[in-house]
Design a protein around this ligand. Structure first.
Ligand code: ZN
Ligand code: ZN
Length: 245
């Protein structure tokens, strides 16, 4: 009977390393359901603007938009470009309610952030998921940004202030709007909860995808006006996005 704990340990290790990869359905070689091959093939962000994560054609810290008009957030962390096959994985999570995929993506974002924290990126004191429009929340049944923030919170022990930012009004779909149109669309869309206290705090906004940055811009402006010391943005992916004026 003395070998039983060892047998359990072997079974545990085997089950961890023999998970099916969510991307290719092959037997995995990682302690999470994404095989090394598929993980290497993800559209990893390479040279990007440190402030808004926009892909850069040159090796400089900032894009021209952030140089000319610095956004109210300090840094954007996005491990991937919004491209195949990650775009399909995010859609599975977001639109088809594939929560195990959401947990996998959240945990890999956490691994990226751990690396960045070890490199010197300051850890935030609170994480704030971007709130979903009420109607979209009713249809979807969950807020993908909140689920991501909860995974990160589990990894880092950072509190999720999930009701600090509220949607005051629903906005029409922003899918086909450029940055100025999105900014107009979002005017007055967000507010701070009456009991939210952000003064002097370093905060991180959590979202699934940053497209033009208009949502992050609107919420970070609100938080900075309320006295937040610093706002960063954590998201899974960044789209190339239309050029800023
Ligand atoms: Zn795979
Ligand atoms: Zn930028």
């Amino acid at each position: 009977m003395r070998c039983q704990p060892l047998r359990d340990l072997v079974v545990d290790i085997c089950s961890k390393f023999n998970q099916r990869c969510y991307f290719c359905a092959g037997l995995g070689d990682n302690p999470y359901p994404l095989c090394s091959g598929c993980e290497a093939d993800l559209p990893w962000a390479t040279t990007t603007c440190t402030r808004c994560a926009l892909p850069l054609a040159f090796d400089g810290p900032l894009c021209s938009g952030c140089q000319n008009s610095p956004p109210p957030f300090e840094q954007t962390e996005a491990p991937w470009a919004y491209d195949f096959p990650l775009d399909a994985a995010i859609k599975r999570f977001k639109h088809r309610g594939d929560r195990p995929m959401g947990r996998l993506l959240g945990d890999r974002l956490g691994a990226w952030l751990l690396h960045r924290f070890n490199e010197g990126l300051p850890r935030p004191q609170r994480m704030l998921p971007v709130p979903l429009a009420a109607q979209r929340l009713r249809v979807r049944g969950f807020n993908q940004s909140q689920l991501l923030a909860e995974r990160l919170s589990k990894s880092f022990g950072i509190t999720v202030a999930d009701h600090a930012v509220v949607r005051i009004r629903d906005t029409p779909s922003q899918q086909h709007l450029d940055l100025p149109a999105r900014q107009r669309n979002l005017r007055g869309a967000f507010g701070l909860a009456p009991n939210a206290s952000v003064r002097g705090l370093h905060l991180a906004l959590v979202d699934d995808v940053m497209t033009t940055g208009a949502t992050a811009h609107a919420i970070a402006t609100l938080l900075r006006q309320a006295g937040a010391r610093r706002v960063d943005v954590y998201c899974l992916a960044r789209t190339p996005g239309p050029p800023r004026p």
